[in-house]
Design a protein around this ligand. Structure first.
Ligand code: PMP
Length: 344
């Protein structure tokens, strides 16, 4: 491996060390400086590469994983892709139970990466035997020598970010970061990064992004699980209908909620203001930043890092499809589509 020449032994050596890129036009009238941690620079195009590699290597170290064994997981797509990628290089079988809410593109990608995929209904309770949690659990129990990554309840998910994302951000900002804004799904990213940053400087404010239709914000504020908070929403990978064990709620100062519609428009705005073609939750994180700025959360001395979790190519049939946007009632296709067809 010659990292100085950008020559690597395999694709896994490129995981992490993602860039921090200044936001310019989209934050033009904001107070403070805004830096985006662009996780789509990982080889699997998302932050989930970090946890896949870390958790699998910990299982190898502990003698749990042996060559040829099966790795099982529940995933909205990104973690599955990362586990499949790591499995190919390291020689493991990969079985994934995914939500029917995941885009077809994501499911096709997982299959391309050699995974066996079970598509499970999205809007059933976690305890239902058809939910992707229960399906993965059953496969794990039925498959001898299998390892269940269990990202929602695995402390190693937090540790992966404590070991990589946190130190990277601290170094990249030369210890000057004042705020971290990050999406919360499993909670691994925000909790692990926060634990590291707060260890360096407890004053850093950590703000989680949650979705309308998810229980996280209310639970953080009341420590009560309120079922009334739960209803279907469109953003994939953000928010939750249960309390994830991989979320350290004490490491998060507060949550704010963003809407499906605002997040979708803001993702598009990131593309056409900053040239950043990113996923739906990146739009959600940026939308959160806008709301925070509007409520006066920042000042001239703020140095804010926002984590953008994945790449836009995974959302072509959703937020980057005018038809899809129109179907959701997010905009008027007739009036807003700028394409012109030249007749043959
Ligand atoms: N964005 C996307 C696209 C994701 O897939 C996830 C993971 N579910 C997140 C954000 C949230 O990250 P975390 O699970 O570490 O909270």
């Amino acid at each position: 491996m010659r990292e100085d020449l950008h020559v690597y032994d395999n694709i896994l050596q490129l995981i992490g060390k993602t860039p921090l890129v200044k936001l310019n036009k989209i934050t033009e009238n904001f107070k403070g400086e805004f830096l985006a941690k662009i996780e789509s620079f990982n080889p699997g195009h998302s932050s989930k590469d970090r946890i896949a590699l870390y958790i699998i290597e910990q299982a190898e170290k502990n003698g749990i994983l042996k060559p040829g064994n099966t790795i099982v997981e529940t995933t909205s797509g990104n973690t599955g892709f990362s586990i499949a990628m790591v499995s190919i290089i390291k020689g493991y079988k990969c079985i994934l139970a995914v939500s029917s809410k995941s885009s077809k593109d994501k499911i096709d990608m997982l299959k391309t990466m050699g995974a066996k995929v079970f598509v499970c209904p999205a809007n059933v309770p976690a305890e239902d035997p058809r939910s992707y949690y229960q399906v993965a659990k059953r496969i794990h129990e039925e498959t001898e020598g299998s390892v269940y990554i269990n990202q929602y309840f695995n402390e190693l998910n937090i540790e992966a970010h404590f070991q990589s994302t946190g130190p990277e951000i601290w170094k990249q900002t030369e210890g000057k970061i004042t705020h971290l804004v990050a999406c919360s799904g499993t909670g691994g990213t925000i909790s692990g990064t926060s634990r590291f940053l707060k260890q360096q400087n407890p004053e850093i404010e950590i703000i989680g992004i949650d979705a309308f239709g998810s229980v996280l914000k209310k639970y953080h504020e009341t420590k009560e699980f309120d079922e009334k908070e739960i209803y279907p929403y469109r953003i994939e990978g953000l928010g939750k209908n249960l309390i994830p064990g991989a979320t350290d709620f004490d490491s998060i100062d507060r949550f704010i909620k963003v809407s499906d519609e605002d997040a979708a428009h803001t993702a598009r705005e990131l593309a056409n203001t900053e040239g950043m073609f990113l996923g739906y939750t990146s739009g959600a994180a940026m939308q959160g930043l806008k709301q925070l700025n509007a409520e006066g959360a920042f000042d001239e001395n703020s140095k804010v890092v926002v984590i953008f979790p994945d790449h836009g190519s995974r959302y072509m049939s959703k937020i980057y499809s005018n038809d899809w946007m129109n179907d959701q009632g997010f905009f008027d296709f007739q009036n807003e589509d700028k394409t012109e067809d030249i007749k043959a």
